[in-house]
Design a binder for this molecule. Sequence first.
Ligand code: CP3
Length: 342
Amino acid sequence: MINNSNIFLSSLNNVHSGRIPFWFMRQAGRYLPEYREVRKNFRNFLEFCYTPEAACEVTLQPIARYGMSAAIIFSDILVIPDALGAKVDFIEGTGPVLEPVLDISKLSRNNFSEKLNPVYEAIKLTRKSLHDDTSLIGFCGLPWTLACYMVEGKGSRDFASVRRAAFTKKQFFLKLIDLLTEAVIDHSIAQIEAGAQAIQLFDSWAGVLSEQEFFDYSIIPSKKITSAIKEKYPNIPIIGFPRMGGSKIIDYARESGADCVSFDGSISLDYAKNELQKYVVVQGNLDPILLAEDKKEAGLQAKKIIGTLGDKPFVFNLAHGILPHTPPENVAFICDIIKNYS
Ligand code: CP3
């Protein structure tokens, strides 16, 4: 049942509440001094993610400050490779580093849900602390993006080695995508069972894929994942985010089975309105660089986004995660604009 006071779930169910729900990707993060305070207690980032009380605390921090319509559980997309036995490390100033996976037999689903249990405990704790009008979002990385980190071993501009593997070691690559598809289904369902009220699926590196690859490695796995979730939980909305997908985002909207599609600056607002909104609820797309650098311009752009897309059920968000150097007052400024808009 949709709670009437929950404007986020209302939009995702394609019902306009008269208000604009909003949350920001990476809303719990280093731009907040209170996050940095908790972060100091952990040398290891994954250990932080796997400490339910700490994960719950930082999930709630941006809600207490800004009153977003939804909280996203503090975790990371790379907990899935970690739980499958890939060696994952986070190095300060570098980001994630993994031992490249070249052999699928090194990965295993044994202990998968036990390893991720702290995430589910964090979700339970957080749901108990949130008011009914604030939703809790669970999330996963999609198989392509997880494979990017697992095969490449780190972030990259174009993920050439994983695209190379998709051509030259096709059997290995497809097995990896299938294994990750199953893992994403299990992790999404377990998050829902712990109390997540919506799921966001991140394909952060969808933008490096050609049209055919995008269909095979982003849309097809997404479709399998959304069908499996919907089979068990038909009323839990799913947000897909094929980042930098450009015009391919229309195919994603039509075929992935996601209820809502998050978009970035790779399509125009008019295209989002005239094309994307025909098929799905849309979420987006304030540029996080603009948010960090120029509060006034960001405010004008936020009004333009809502003015273009806000007549239909819509979720305000960024084009990508909040940057660590973003002044917290810039975030407050944008939140006030959205709250006062009607
Ligand atoms: O507030 C939220 O949005 C929830 C928490 C969240 C994190 N990561 C916390 C985090 C979410 C939703 C993610 C998703 C994630 N993680 C993605 C998909 C979204 C995207 O950004 O495209 C990706 C690709 C990752 C992988 C990842 N995790 C990278 C590349 C990095 C390093 C980059 C950086 O900012 O340092 C991380 C680390 C990470 N995940 C941090 C946070 C708050 C920073 C680590 C720290 O505090 O030291």
